[in-house]
Design a protein around this ligand. Structure first.
Ligand code: ADP
Length: 493
């Protein structure tokens, strides 16, 4: 054999080996690819396919071979068989077609169809790429974008240096700057001279928190911003951290709510409340003086004209009315003082101890009607000591006062935690209250009883003011004849 022939044979062998090697590589790639790959003949029967495509159809690879596409996955085939027919007829590829399977397991693919024509085969190759997650992310960001655009709150994002990177329409309306004017500018454009460093301080804290504890939480503060026209607005600012894919802090989003009207209304309410409080206090004080005089003179008349029975009765009635009015005024004063809780500093108080003090004050009434009072372990809350005694005393006092005839009063005081609050309850087995009066009895001087039961109807009104002031709620459950349970909630702090 000539040397040349030998060399040619060697070259041929080596290129055969090379091709074999390439084919093996391609085979591995084909089998392990995460995209679905397959080849169907001109009758649209599966010839070859990889695991990923078999997975899309939900059948093993072997179950496909020789079978028509519409036998394998009729629902999906209904969409792509016409496309393959088109490719076969036109011998032109059909690229980047988006196909979505029907719910409930909705998935989306980008599919490419290529005609394959050579001497031996005529068919179509398909490539399925699953883009479901991509689509979901896209949908989410479209939805999120819509929310941001239609929000009434200004939503702004900034870099860690405070440069503005997004600015929604509400921000344009709130601050008077169009987006193109502020994008890339420093957020300090909204700051006033007094809070110039507020946001950079918050960003600094977020960064420090991330270094110390991992993922920072963000902050919510009331602040003041300056509009483009120079006016100031009161705002509630919620600053939240923005992270990249690697959970690295890269900026912050600011949700800004205009609370100017709310702040004005609050200030007006405070002023009105203060005026009312002063008015009630002065009225109650000033009324006492003439009332004392009426009582005094009526008593003098009474002692001087004892013989005239008719006059006696009228004078007696004047004295009684004056006494009652004095009691009402005293209670009104007590109510205004209970309302006057501005100055009252909350302190940590042990409710077990406070409840015992209230029971001590009611000791006579308790023993007088042989009441059985049990108190479950109570928590410690932050409140004003005197107010808490008053709460327990008024509620337990009522439970004793409104006892049912022929039944020893049984009273149970307890507390339980619910949704960040302590809910206290005072339960009795007394006369009960019809549901239609459940709201009414909390009003000033509102009572369901005549003079035969002592009282002016101020006790529950005082309780309500105290509980309201601490951000809690006072309510009851009761039926006539079935006893009552009064509840009041108190923030657990
Ligand atoms: P007062 O006891 O001075 O009338 P309150 O404001 O304490 O005033 O109570 C208002 C009214 O609610 C009472 O007149 C009474 O009719 C009703 N009430 C309060 N507590 C109870 C109770 N535990 N059981 C039945 N009725 C009650």
């Amino acid at each position: 054999m000539s040397r040349e022939l030998e060399q040619t044979q060697r070259n041929l062998k080596s290129s055969e080996e090379e091709s074999h090697h390439r084919l093996l590589e391609l085979e591995v790639l084909y089998r392990t690819a995460s995209v679905g790959l397959g080849f169907l003949d001109h009758e649209l029967r599966y010839v070859r396919l990889n695991e990923a495509l078999a997975g899309i159809n939900g059948l093993p690879v072997e179950a496909h071979i020789g079978r028509h596409a519409s036998e394998i996955n009729p629902e999906l085939a209904q969409i792509f068989v016409p496309m393959m027919e088109q490719v076969l007829a036109s011998k032109q590829p059909l690229l980047n077609v988006e196909i979505t399977s029907a719910p409930p397991c909705e998935r989306t693919w980008i599919v490419n169809f290529h005609p394959v024509t050579n001497a031996r085969t005529f068919g179509v190759s398909v490539v399925f790429q699953d883009i479901t997650v991509l689509k979901e992310t896209e949908d989410l960001s479209t939805r999120f974008g819509r929310i941001v655009r239609s929000s009434d709150d200004a939503i702004i994002s900034i870099t860690l240096d405070g440069a503005i990177t997004s600015w929604n329409p509400a921000a344009e309306a709130m601050f008077g700057y169009p987006a193109q004017e502020v994008m890339g500018k420093a957020i300090s454009v909204l700051a006033t001279s007094r809070n110039a460093n507020e946001l950079s301080d918050i960003l600094g804290r977020l960064q420090a928190q991330q270094l110390a504890e991992g993922l920072p939480q963000g902050e919510r503060v009331e602040s003041v911003c300056r509009r483009k026209d120079g006016h100031y607005i009161d705002v509630l600012l919620t600053v939240s951290p923005i992270y990249d894919r690697h959970e690295r802090l890269i900026g912050a989003s600011e949700i800004v709510r205009d609370i100017t009207q709310q702040k004005r209304a609050q200030a007006a309410l405070l002023r009105t409340n203060e005026e009312l409080r002063q008015f009630a206090f002065a009225a109650a004080h000033d009324l006492q003086e003439p009332l004392r005089n009426i009582g005094l003179h009526a008593q003098i008349l009474d002692s001087q004209h004892k013989q005239n029975t008719e006059a006696d009765e009228q004078v007696e009635s004047i004295i009684e009315s004056a006494r009652r009015m004095q009691t009402l005024i005293r209670d009104l004063l007590e109510y205004t003082e209970a309302v006057d809780i501005h100055g009252a500093q909350g302190e940590s108080i042990d409710c077990n101890e406070v409840c015992q003090t209230a029971l001590g004050n009611l000791a006579f009434a308790v023993s007088d009607c042989a009441a059985e009072v049990s108190v479950a372990p109570l928590p410690t809350v932050v409140a004003e000591h005197a107010h808490f005694i008053q709460l327990f005393q008024n509620l337990i006092g009522n439970a004793l006062k409104y006892r049912a005839k022929g039944r020893h009063p049984q009273i149970y005081v307890s507390a339980e935690q619910r949704d960040g609050h302590w809910v206290f309850s005072v339960k009795d087995n007394g006369i009960g209250i019809a549901p239609e009066y459940h709201d009414r009895i909390f009003g000033v001087f509102k009572r369901l009883h005549g003079r035969d039961v002592p009282g002016t109807g101020i006790g529950l009104a005082i309780c309500k003011r105290i509980v309201d002031h601490h951000g809690g709620r006072l309510w009851l459950e009761s039926e006539v004849g079935g006893g009552s349970t009064f509840y009041f909630s108190f923030p657990d702090c």
